[in-house]
Design a protein around this ligand. Structure first.
Ligand code: 4AD
Ligand code: MG
Length: 456
């Protein structure tokens, strides 16, 4: 169906005085004695196109005026009183009618209600703006790495290992529950892969394999976490960006992470001014200034040990006790980034006992060369580390954690054959999107959120 994108009609005067064909869904309509008006949106822009109908010229368009209907309009593009162009309809074709039980009748609906209609909430302004920012952000991430010589690799989604070693893996199986098998081992032996398999929580381990040949790589795909966390920041399926860089130590990868975040946020500022204006008005006052400040200023870097001192001296009553060795909770992270630094903060050198087995052990014997990037309003958006490259140290800690060395033979081989310093990080796309849009719940920055007890 040949037609012109509403974005193109609204963005210049080239169509003024010309006959145009546009398609879209009716967002609002109003009828008066001689004239009727409707606003349509085709998803190419946040703005709606006004269609003006002279009732002495056209009739039989009642159904096409209903909110939610899909229509095709042919008419002349003329200057509108609000500035820009509108269309004087000559012909209106009803593509798909929309009865009055269409759920999106009101101007504003609660997010809770919208989550019950994921297939229709995409037609709201919030999702229109969010999905466009998400798309621009994703492309900017690819551009950032591609322009710097990183190779995009596709790591497997079906895996036999649990990268983070935390037992939060979704099982993958082709055989259901059965009492036929004498043991768990026997059950897995009879399954599709002949062993236990699951959905990948992270592409890192395979990313390291690729980086130890290609030097600089990144992944961009879904990761799955079966953790029972019913929060505004956790989903069971999220999009994960994981660069891995050979011959890079912790300060090098921190530099890349900061530069990447700044570069992609800058691109969103340039390409999505209308969307950011919308989020500024409806979600977070000061959003654009926050993003501009992020682009222009250095992020803070804070030792974990200092973070603990700051938290202890804060005089704040935290729900979770603060002691050296504790994992930082959301309340701690938010205090540091929102109240103390008021900007993104890298917390570096965490206690080794609260972090993953693969992180490089520092010479103090207590900490690892790892960092989390915390941002105001969201908390952790990046988990990052230099990797342990010493075969013996790695084996020792894996044994301490009762890990099956046989399962990690490939990973250990990398430390045997040409081991080299390397580092990488994981960025959660949805968490970053929450920060960039000011949307407060991760369920509202993804088309179909998967959370505990919820899938459709
Ligand atoms: O901190 P995480 O668990 O780190 C890793 O997976 C490493 N293997 C990354 C690496 O070094 N290559 O996860 C990284 C990021 C988090 O900071 C967060 O942004 C996001 O992934 N993330 C989630 N986002 C939404 N829902 C969840 N359940 C998430 N779990 C992690
Ligand atoms: Mg983490």
């Amino acid at each position: 169906m040949k037609h012109i994108d509403i974005k193109d009609i609204l963005s210049g005067s080239q169509y003024q005085g010309k006959e145009v064909t546009v398609c879209g869904w009716v967002r609002t309509s109003r009828d008066s004695k001689n004239m009727a008006f409707m606003e349509i949106n085709d998803g190419t822009t946040l703005k709606h196109l006004q269609v003006v109908i002279d009732k002495s010229q056209l009739s039989g368009f009642d159904e096409a005026m209903r909110v939610g209907a899909a229509v095709k309009v042919v008419g002349e593009a003329v200057p509108s009183r609000q500035g820009g162009l509108e269309v004087n309809a000559k012909e209106i074709v009803l593509l798909g009618g929309c009865p009055t039980d269409y759920p999106l009748q009101k101007k504003r609906h609660s997010f809770e209600f919208l989550r019950t209609i994921p297939h229709l909430r995409v037609r709201t302004n919030t999702f229109n703006a969010m999905l466009r920012v998400r798309s621009v952000l994703s492309f900017a991430i690819h551009r950032y790495f591609q322009e710097r010589g990183f190779v995009y690799v596709h790591t497997p989604i079906l895996t036999a290992n649990d990268c983070e070693g935390a037992g939060e893996v979704f099982k993958v199986t082709t055989i259901g529950y059965s009492t036929e098998y004498k043991s768990e081992e026997e059950y897995y032996e009879n399954d599709f892969f002949g062993k236990r398999a699951g959905l990948s929580v992270s592409g890192q381990l395979e990313g390291e394999v690729a980086a130890m040949a290609m030097g600089k790589i990144y992944t961009f795909g879904p990761s799955f976490r079966a953790e029972n966390s019913n929060t505004t920041r956790h989903v069971a399926e999220f999009w994960h960006i994981e660069p891995e860089v050979a011959f890079a130590e912790l300060p090098d990868i921190i530099e890349i992470a900061e530069d990447m975040i700044k570069s992609i946020v800058k691109e969103v500022l340039e390409k999505c001014p209308a969307e950011l204006e919308f989020f500024e008005n409806f979600f977070e006052q000061g959003l654009k200034d926050k993003l501009r400040n992020l682009v222009e200023n250095d992020f803070a870097v804070l030792e974990y040990t200092e973070a603990i001192e700051i938290l202890k001296k804060s005089g704040k009553k935290f729900e979770y006790l603060v002691e050296w060795g504790c994992d930082l909770q959301t309340e701690h992270e938010r205090y540091i980034t929102e109240e103390v630094f008021k900007k993104p903060v890298f917390i570096v050198n965490y206690p080794k006992d609260i972090k993953a087995f693969y992180m490089k052990q520092n010479s103090d014997g207590k900490t690892v060369a790892a960092t989390d990037l915390l941002v105001p309003g969201v908390g952790e958006i990046i988990g990052c580390s230099e990797r342990e490259t010493d075969y013996d140290k790695l084996v020792k800690i894996m044994k301490e954690r009762n890990m099956d060395l046989e399962e990690y033979r490939d990973y250990l081989d990398l430390r045997k054959f040409g081991s080299a310093p390397h580092s990488g990080f994981g960025l959660g796309l949805e968490r970053l999107l929450m920060y960039v849009t000011g949307i407060g719940n991760i369920r509202d920055v993804i088309l179909y959120p998967r959370t505990v007890g919820n899938i459709r």
